[in-house]
Design a protein around this ligand. Structure first.
Ligand code: G3P
Ligand code: CA
Length: 238
């Protein structure tokens, strides 16, 4: 079962920064989840929101800012002054900071679909990351565009309402690698059914220990959490 650090260890470090990813690994995460957008100069940058207003000391839409401008923003101090000088990372920088086979769940947030598809494939191939990345999104169009362009890529669908994943697979003629439901959609029977259909099952975002224990008992494939240290303790004890 993967212990997937959500935006790194976002409960204890500024989300989607290298400090957060490295802390997650230190605490026992066996994978990390992060979010990506495309900058004005076409680079894939790691940030949850479409703007940098909430998670840095600067303002503006990522789509309107160059990497040089984005790198001027402090992405750590807002969380805690101990993290002052953390920067918004490029996805390539995160790839370089982790062992090449370390699992990374890249969630596409950008609406620049054609551009993000081409850039992401090129970056994953260039960094030999095709086999260690799962690309997820709430939008299946971008996932299927990726899969059609590069069949080796593993894609996972995010959702927060019930979906008919069998119909989706038949309709699109492309099988998802993984399903990423909101945790409230998952119970014992649901997990059993999804896994019997051959999907990985990665519910999000679970920080509560009681709920973590239930999902461990339900044998999901991984748990996405802001507190990978907390989950690690439960997995070690189970
Ligand atoms: O990947 C699961 C989760 O990250 C989806 O929601 O808003 O945290 O990106 P959000
Ligand atoms: Ca996310």
């Amino acid at each position: 079962m993967l212990n997937i650090g959500h935006r790194g260890a976002a409960g204890e470090a500024p989300e989607n920064t290298l400090a957060s990813f490295l802390l997650a690994i230190k605490q026992g995460a066996t994978a990390i989840e992060l979010d990506v957008h495309v900058s004005a100069d076409g680079e894939i940058v790691v940030c949850h929101d479409a703007t940098i207003d909430r998670t840095t000391d600067s303002r503006g839409a990522i789509a309107d800012l160059t990497v040089e401008q984005l790198k001027q923003a402090d992405a750590g101090r807002w969380f805690n002054k101990a993290f002052t000088n953390e920067r918004i990372p490029l996805l390539g920088e995160v790839f370089d900071a982790m062992p090449v086979d370390f699992p990374i769940n890249v969630e596409i947030k950008s609406n620049k679909h054609p551009q993000v598809v081409q850039k992401l494939i090129a970056l994953m191939q260039n960094k030999a990351r095709t086999n260690s990345v799962i690309v997820s999104s709430f939008g299946y169009e971008v996932l299927y565009a990726l899969k059609r362009a590069e069949p080796e890529i593993r894609i996972g669908l995010l959702y927060d309402k019930p979906i008919d994943y069998r119909a989706l697979a038949e309709w699109n003629k492309v099988k998802l690698y993984s399903l990423h439901p909101h945790y409230k959609l998952v119970n014992h029977d649901y997990a059993k059914d999804v896994i019997a259909q051959g999907y990985m099952l990665y519910p999000w975002t679970i920080d509560n220990e009681v709920r973590m224990k239930e999902l461990i008992e339900n044998q999901v494939s991984g748990i996405i959490t802001n507190f990978p240290g907390r989950l690690n303790q439960l997995l070690v004890a189970s």
